[in-house]
Design a protein around this ligand. Structure first.
Ligand code: SF4
Length: 367
């Protein structure tokens, strides 16, 4: 089976016009960030959509913009407030980078985003594909996005045989993506083209079931012609997840206003900077430092599983209900958080779910 040659070798010249036409007729429309040429709004949507489905992003996007309508408002916010608004979206490094990036835009660029992909890429947390998306949507730059969805579409379209686990083929695919851009596009053409690449990967040329019968590229797609488009992209390295068990000590104080004992996670590692009940490697470790009179009060709740990029976590909650304030040192390091103010704290999604299960959903009403 053949692959493709150099960047300009035998590329289907009809790809760009077909894609632009298809996007305008049948692509996704009506999403709140579409049609905007405001780099702040486009950047926010791109970061939120990186690892999250559109349906989930919609509510977060609206709340974020309501609270932080401009990059200056976001830059001036407290980190904890940004994390609290992000809480539940996962991949929290995105929120930390978002905040750092907003501060860099204000401090280094006078509150204006750079207008080229190369300039945007110098900002914290903005990679090549996000920079290309912002530059093409907002400034009409003729530059291609190459995220996971686009890699899938292009490797199938071109029957690209090389291993994308290697750097050289990754670079070659990017050069091919650049070579396939429309000729002399208007800003509107670039918007439709970039959106079309995203839409085709998300809605037609999907990972496990490409809908070739509904695809505008069917007539020029070499992957389709092989009869087995799913085998693209070729990528040898597979992700191995490590399995880990964590015991979470959920301490609730019912004396006075109801409170929960939470620790701030370290600045690096899983759930960095978020609030979480104290974490232990075993049930014995969780019990070891507690006064013996409390051990009979501990209730082991059902364990829940949670997947992270590199780890599979099994979370074992241990519930401890206290009627009166403990003495200093009786609990692991942490702080009481008023249950009515939990919504103002950045919490990992499974912890939020656990607290909602143990207590009541209205604890998480936004301030
Ligand atoms: Fe993907 Fe099939 Fe379309 Fe080719 S024809 S781009 S494999 S959906």
């Amino acid at each position: 089976m053949r692959g493709v040659g150099g960047p300009s070798a035998d590329l289907p010249s009809t790809f760009a016009p077909l894609l632009i036409d298809w996007q305008r007729r049948a692509g996704r429309s009506g999403m709140p960030w579409q049609g905007s040429r405001d780099p702040y709004r486009v950047w926010l949507s791109e970061v939120m959509l990186q690892q999250t489905q559109v349906g989930t992003v919609l509510g977060y996007y609206a709340r974020f913009l309501e609270r932080f309508p401009t990059v200056r408002a976001l830059a001036a916010a407290e980190g904890d407030e940004v994390m609290a608004l992000w809480s539940g979206l996962g991949y929290y490094s995105r929120a930390r980078n978002l905040h750092r990036c907003a501060q860099a835009v204000v401090e280094q660029h006078g509150g204006e985003f750079p207008s080229t992909a190369a300039g945007l890429e110098t900002l914290p947390g903005i990679g090549a594909s996000t920079a290309a998306a912002i530059a093409s949507f907002c400034f009409g730059e003729r530059v291609s996005i190459v995220d996971g969805n686009v890699r899938r579409v292009l490797t199938r379209l071109l029957a690209f045989e090389d291993d994308l686990a290697q750097t050289k083929p990754q670079r070659r695919l990017w050069e091919l993506a650049q070579a396939m851009l429309p000729n002399n596009p208007s800003a509107d053409d670039m918007t439709a083209y970039t959106q079309g690449l995203m839409d085709l990967g998300a809605t037609v040329c999907t990972r496990s079931r490409p809908a070739c019968g509904q695809c505008p590229m069917q007539g020029i797609c070499r992957g389709h012609q092989t009869g087995d488009p799913q085998r693209f992209p070729v990528k040898t390295r597979t992700l191995k997840r490590r399995h880990e068990s964590w015991w979470l000590l959920l301490v609730r104080l019912s004396e006075g206003p109801e409170r929960v004992w939470l620790q701030r996670r370290p600045a690096r590692g899983i759930w960095a900077g978020l609030y979480c009940p104290p974490v232990f490697e075993s049930e014995q470790a969780a019990c070891a430092g507690l006064p013996s009179a409390w051990l009979d009060l501990l209730v082991a709740l059902d364990a829940v599983s949670h997947s992270l990029t590199h780890r599979e976590l099994r979370l074992h909650p241990l519930l401890l209900e206290l009627r009166s304030e403990p003495l200093p040192g009786e609990l692991p390091p942490g702080q009481w958080v008023d249950a009515m103010r939990l919504g103002q704290h950045g919490l990992p999604a499974p912890v939020k779910l656990l607290l909602q299960t143990v207590w009541t959903p209205d604890l998480f009403a936004q301030p």
